[in-house]
Design a protein around this ligand. Structure first.
Ligand code: GLN
Length: 273
């Protein structure tokens, strides 16, 4: 019996949407075209490509790593296992930066990863001057590719948080600093579940309580903010209070936390005095 798209999908053992996305990727077509022609016979090589993706997905590999794509803020981004998979809740960080940045703002994205936040900002607001740093050369290469893909002008720099600005950047100041840093606690059980098992630990985990990177960023961001400039960063749903205390302790003004679409504390921030 010849395999068809429909027969392979039915036997995938995966949620229908995932099976469709993976089969469409293997056949280099869109999900809509795939669904419109489910009786389409699939030859041996095609069937093997599809089955291999289904198998890897059943073993837990994230869909975004299998297809090499993820949509973020309406933009299709190239994704590899070198970077965190962009999450919908991180769109809140982009929305807040767009809302709070003055016209022609200078914006710094710390730990840009795939470049999702930086590319979304530069794409949405071409007048923004966006600088993006990361301590992973592989992530930076991918972020550059994503900027190119969407015609976004961004200055990329290699390094650990503010060290990425280089010696010449010691006095460099911004109107907004954004970050989606690692914030998961080292022993968190979620690290052994779902997509997180496959994502770079350095993009997820930050010390015993998950707040090491956030402490570093909060402590040092004021040296790189213009007066009144905003620091905005993502964190875990149960870290809002600790993040606000930290911001208050370092003397930021208008310290607050914003909830994501699920109503969970997700981004905190404050203004440099
Ligand atoms: N939001 C991610 C999670 O699920 C964590 C991302 C991060 O550490 N920046 O768990």
């Amino acid at each position: 019996m010849t395999a068809t798209v429909a027969s392979l999908l039915a036997a995938s053992g995966l949620p229908p949407l995932e099976a469709q996305v993976l089969a469409a990727h293997a056949l280099a077509t869109s999900r809509a075209s795939l669904l419109a022609d489910q009786a389409r016979p699939v030859n041996g090589a095609e069937a093997r490509r599809i089955e291999r993706l289904f198998m890897r997905r059943r073993a837990g590999e994230p869909v975004a790593y299998l297809t090499g794509e993820r949509e973020f803020f309406g933009l299709s981004l190239a994704i590899t296992a070198d970077v965190l998979i962009p999450r919908p809740e991180t769109e809140l960080l982009v929305a807040l930066a767009l809302e709070l940045a003055p016209a022609g703002a200078r914006v710094l994205d710390l730990g840009t990863g795939s470049g999702a936040v930086a590319v979304a900002l530069a794409h949405e607001e071409p007048d923004m001057e966006v600088v993006a740093v990361d301590a992973s050369a592989d992530a930076l290469a991918l972020a550059r590719e994503n900027a190119r893909r969407h015609g976004a002008t961004i200055r990329f720099a290699y390094g650990d948080w503010f060290a990425g600005l280089g010696a010449g950047g010691r006095d460099e100041r911004f109107d907004v600093i954004v970050a989606n840093p690692p914030y998961v606690a080292a022993g968190d059980e979620h690290l052994e579940q779902g997509d997180l098992r496959f994502e770079p630990r350095a993009a997820l985990v930050s010390g015993a309580d998950g707040l090491d990177a956030i402490r570093t960023i909060v402590a040092r961001a004021q040296d790189h903010l213009r007066p009144g400039g905003w620091l905005l960063f993502e964190h875990g749903y149960d870290q809002g209070e600790r993040c606000r205390s930290l911001l208050a302790m370092y003397g930021y003004a208008q310290v607050q936390t914003w909830p994501d679409l699920a109503g969970l504390d997700r981004v905190s921030g404050g203004r440099a005095r």
